[in-house]
Design a protein around this ligand. Structure first.
Ligand SMILES: NC(=O)C1=CN([C@@H]2O[C@H](COP(=O)(O)OP(=O)(O)OC[C@H]3O[C@@H](n4cnc5c(N)ncnc54)[C@H](OP(=O)(O)O)[C@@H]3O)[C@@H](O)[C@H]2O)C=CC1
Ligand SMILES: CC(C)(CO)C(=O)C(=O)O
Length: 313
């Protein structure tokens, strides 16, 4: 059987987690790093991978920079953050991407689909939504922090294609610990994850609290409810129906990730840019198109941006 060439662009938390899971099933993905420092470290030391039960594996890994990547790629997982994509595009263009290289984009929020579609209009593009949790502790050390489900479905541009037969994406992960499922309605999954992130991430970032704390105050619960109501109204205008009981799923996410710091809080604490423009910012932009007011989302955007500025002082 032909061994597929799998590239993973973005050697951060999710990228290295996917790489580790593929390595554990005997596949040999190539991780494409931003810096030669990280690529060298990974090649020399291997990837240290701490599993959920605390066991640690040392995995031999093929790590390169984009300039060092020469394999014709069959699959390319895009695991940079939304706000990295603009700078990454020229780098992606240098990769040995062929007309049939299949892209799978893992970003939270909205914007990546249109961006990648424009940049690589001939390539098959899939979108992934994951509730897996992973955290990169060092450049060559990754920790699996939460088990979840990963849904992968075709982007709008693949309408009508027989994608299930042509791209056996679930098979790539057979034997791994990941629960990967094909999803016909990926837009709905993306919106649901977007709404979850828009209700939890900015509040945890502004208040500097872990996810579970949001359930401990009636004030934060009130704000989450208002964020939810605004977002659900906008989703409906885009043809995505979000029932009121979905609010309980957001509460469940806070409960299940009680002791976790959201990705936005982590970015703020590390003085990095956040994905706010692609989460609450995306909701606001679509709301404007439909002439809907979203004062709670607008406030979250401004306060997160203020915190981003403060952290950089
Ligand atoms: N972490 C998680 O548990 C989850 C994350 N997600 C989503 O997945 C996406 C990725 O998140 P996460 O893995 O946490 O993010 P990280 O910040 O951990 O990783 C992003 C990676 O992209 C790399 N990168 C940035 N620009 C370039 C470039 N031009 N060329 C090559 N590499 C580049 C960064 O390199 P460098 O480190 O050198 O700057 C970094 O390794 C986000 O959209 C996030 O919302 C979704 C669900 C869960
Ligand atoms: C679901 C949640 C809020 C878990 O922390 C997340 O996806 C994030 O932090 O970005």
């Amino acid at each position: 059987m032909k061994m597929n060439n799998i590239g993973i662009f973005g050697a951060g938390s999710i990228g290295l987690h996917l790489a580790a899971q593929l390595l554990l099933t005997g596949k040999n993905p190539t991780v494409i790093c931003r810096t030669s420092k990280q690529a060298d470290l990974l090649r020399q030391n291997g990837l240290s991978y701490t599993q959920l039960d605390g066991t640690e594996e040392k995995l031999i890994i093929n790590a390169v920079t984009a300039q060092q990547c020469h394999l014709p790629l069959d699959y390319l997982f895009i695991t940079v953050k939304q706000h990295h994509l603009a700078d990454a595009l020229p780098v992606l263009k240098e990769l040995p991407v062929q007309a049939n290289t299949c892209f799978i984009a893992f970003q939270n929020g909205l914007g990546h689909e249109e961006f990648l579609q424009q940049g690589f209009s001939q390539n098959p593009l899939f979108l992934a939504v994951t509730t897996e949790g992973a955290y990169r502790e060092q450049l060559d050390r990754i920790r699996h922090t939460g088990n979840g489900t990963t849904w992968i479905g075709p982007s709008k541009s693949m309408k009508g294609e027989k994608w299930k037969e042509s791209y056996p994406l679930v098979d790539l992960f057979t034997g791994s610990q990941l629960d990967v499922r094909l999803e016909d309605q990926i837009a709905e999954r993306i919106w649901k994850k977007l709404i979850i992130n828009s209700c939890i991430n900015p509040l945890t970032g502004i208040l500097r609290v872990k996810n579970g704390w949001l359930l401990e105050s009636q004030y934060t619960l009130n704000v989450m409810e208002s964020l939810f109501e605004e977002a659900a109204k906008v989703a409906e205008k885009e043809g995505i129906e979000i029932e009121r009981r979905f609010l309980q799923e957001i509460v469940m996410v806070c409960r299940n990730t009680y002791h976790n710091k959201s990705s936005m809080l982590q970015d703020l604490e590390a003085g990095r840019s956040t994905e706010i423009d692609y989460i609450n910012g995306a909701i606001k932009k679509i709301a404007e198109k439909h002439r809907i007011n979203v004062p709670y989302h607008t406030m979250m955007i401004q306060l997160v941006q203020a915190r981003q500025q403060m952290e950089k002082f």
